[in-house]
Design a protein around this ligand. Sequence first.
Ligand code: OAD
Length: 310
Amino acid sequence: RPKLSQYNTIDDAVKLLQEAKNIIVLTGAGISTSLGIPDFRSKDTGLYSKLAHLGLSDPQEVFDIHIFREDPRIFFSIAKDILPTEKKYSPTHGFIKLLQDKGKLLTNYTQNIDNIEANAGVRAEKMVQCHGSFATATCVKCNFKVPGDAIFDDIREGKVPECSACVESIATLKPQGLKRKRSSTGNQKDRKEFEDSSDEDDYEIPTPGVMKPDITFFGEDLPDEFGQRLVHHDRELADLVIVIGTSLKVAPVAEVPGILPRNVPQIYISRTPVSHTDFDIDLLGDSDVVVSELCRRAGWNLEHHMIPAD
Ligand code: OAD
């Protein structure tokens, strides 16, 4: 995508913000790091730099659905580190809420699974959680769904949460419903012995399914709403794109800037520049500092949006 040459400076960004009516804000882990939540790819501080002890060939495998199915303990050994905790939010989350209050927020596409936007008061209908969230969890075996916090205690203890619906149905299983481990030889005596036997060891007792938080793992599809809303609704309406705190390394979210019409200006706010996509204005630095300065220049009161929600 070629750059739009008329936009360059921070004051151009301020003017765009003031004039825009339908802003797409695309966010990543960088907007929560000031709250003490690690991002993924920052050298030394990112989650992936801390996973050497798991012995994976690539730390991203902790979010790989195939690996999860094979051994969910790997994910649950680190899940507590990314579990949302208190009801706090950063000035950058406050900035997104401010855009909403000014009637300028078209959609916040977030890759974050911490659900912190809700703490700031960003409304659910203004959000697409592209990589899902911890708000709900689903059994990998029977698809039973529970509110996410039902498994938070297990996650905090590093345990693999079991499906309560599976546990219940296994408890009520009659021996007739169970699979035998061996079959009779067909010989009459042996068959009689086989049929009379009620030895528990003789049956294959099914194991309950594992509850997986409804976050999108590598190898899983994004929620339908992501593509639907972007392509069939927002693409036509957007008049400004602000990308904040993401390395844009993960498809398909990384492709969003390229999918939007070329005449829609795009601003990038992050500590680290990206080389694979050209933005019209790069505002490099801590996102909380950058959005505060944008608001100051625009004459907007971000402070007001920083009073923590109850
Ligand atoms: P990354 O860790 O890849 O990128 C975070 C970006 O934010 C980096 O460019 C940092 O330099 C920048 N950053 C960190 N703190 C910042 C701050 N205070 N102010 C400004 N910038 C800051 O995280 P994401 O791009 O969000 O997927 O990662 C995308 C996806 O990869 C995640 O959703 C996750 C991960 O694998 C899944 O878990 C499925």
